[in-house]
Design a binder for this molecule. Sequence first.
Ligand SMILES: *[C@@H]1O[C@H](CO)[C@@H](O)[C@H](O)[C@H]1NC(C)=O
Ligand SMILES: *[C@@H]1O[C@H](CO)[C@@H](O)[C@H](O)[C@H]1NC(C)=O
Ligand SMILES: [Zn+2]
Length: 497
Amino acid sequence: MEIFSISSLLLLFFLPFSSLPSPAIARGGERISSNLFSGSVNSNNWLFKRHLFEANHSPVRGDFAHGYMTNSELEKAVKEFGRRCSKISRIYSIGESVKRIPLWVIEISDKPGQEEAEPSFKFIGNMHGDEPVGRELLILLANWLCDNYMKDPLATLIIKNVHLHILPTLNPDGFTLRRRGNANNFDLNRDFPDRFSPMNDDVDSRQPETKAIMGWMKGRHFTASASLHGGALVANYPWDGTDDRRKWYYACPDDKTFQYMASVYSRSHHNMSLSKEFPGGITNGASWYPIYGGMQDWNYIHKGCFELTLEVSDNKWPKANELPILWEYNRMSMLNLVASLVKTGVHGRIVSSDNGQPLPASIMIKGINYTVKAGRVFGNYHRLLAPGESYEVTVTMPGYKSKATHILLGDEAASLDFILDPVKDPPKQKLPHGCDCINDNNSKLELVELLNGNHLKITLAVVGILGFTCLVLRRKMIFKFRRQKQAMVGNKRQNVV
Ligand SMILES: *[C@@H]1O[C@H](CO)[C@@H](O)[C@H](O)[C@H]1NC(C)=O
Ligand SMILES: *[C@@H]1O[C@H](CO)[C@@H](O)[C@H](O)[C@H]1NC(C)=O
Ligand SMILES: [Zn+2]
């Protein structure tokens, strides 16, 4: 490729110098590139995308792996967990690495593998092969949850109300090679479709690990997620990339929501929020250093999933005897972040007033250019939002009348259900008691005939009975889904619109 010619030589020349003062290139060497070519928006910048330069030296000395699980030990740990905690978990694989190592996922829930009207969260570790702390923390997290179910309120809340999916390692080959990239030496956090450039649009050149993540998300919706990295101590949120390739605070529509989520992590951490480099221990990705083709922005734009990139230790590969303390530092952060899916935000179900059918409607917040979709099976939605503000929530669904309402979101989650009326032709709307229950065309015709006849008393009686039955059915239906809803969040505030 021609773009590799001059610029790559330049980069190779500058790399040793420019990387010296740069302590944390956790999400990538892009920081170097933006310093080098600041302001130059030419196509040569594409070279900093996915394919990493071969390093002659191994970035991590052999003894550093000591005490960390090998890939086969990790696989064993996952399967052992599945056996030990079989009631609240399910083990599955989302694909394979280049070297054909399965990418195992642990799902934790009181009803693993079942679809429920609950939010899902995913944790991804070890996307960069030389950042292995995450994979260890995630195995510890899974086991802690299993050991504390029905003992610790937070563990119980998570297992009962969230479907938590844990992928300890996305890059097992990179881990074995002790380097950032995968076996083809591609940086997986530059391999996703990008918002501003077509650089990763070629499906065939996508890495198997990236394909696995994208395939995973095809049949599943995650409300939020986090990918665990190392090399800094900060909770990073979208956007990661900017439209002009400059380094500046590039806020996404949900900037406030993300600041809140990132703060949940940093403030629950041992000392992340005390950072001198990052106020509050959080950062907008692009204001730190922009990257392109990252997983985080792709999740938010394309998958309705609010993803954070968590840098959990300054040292990418600390000695294994530091892992227990790193787990202690991060434990409450991880738990509180997952629990925030239930404890904050606006949640509810959207059904048709016609027949109580769940509707995969769109939920919009005034002033935030972002749409959250309700689920197809249950019509449930989970809209994360920064607390302490009032919001105007609008729900739209083709074929139905939109509804809007205001809500003041406090420190707790709010429950907000919508019953949408279908857009109908006028005659049908004039049925007695606004009864929507008679969908059947025959019964409607009969009703019309009766009305035209002379049996007025009988007609009125029939209409009355039908109307009453309708009301009862409708009430029952609404009641039922309210009850299901209550069971789901165990919630305090209940609103129906
Ligand atoms: C957090 O604590 C660790 C371990 O004590 C220390 O190495 C690190 O410098 C601290 N970071 C901040 C931002 O206080
Ligand atoms: C809203 O976001 C979409 C992309 O998701 C964009 O095309 C559109 O211009 C935005 N609208 C406003 C008013 O910013
Ligand atoms: Zn990383």
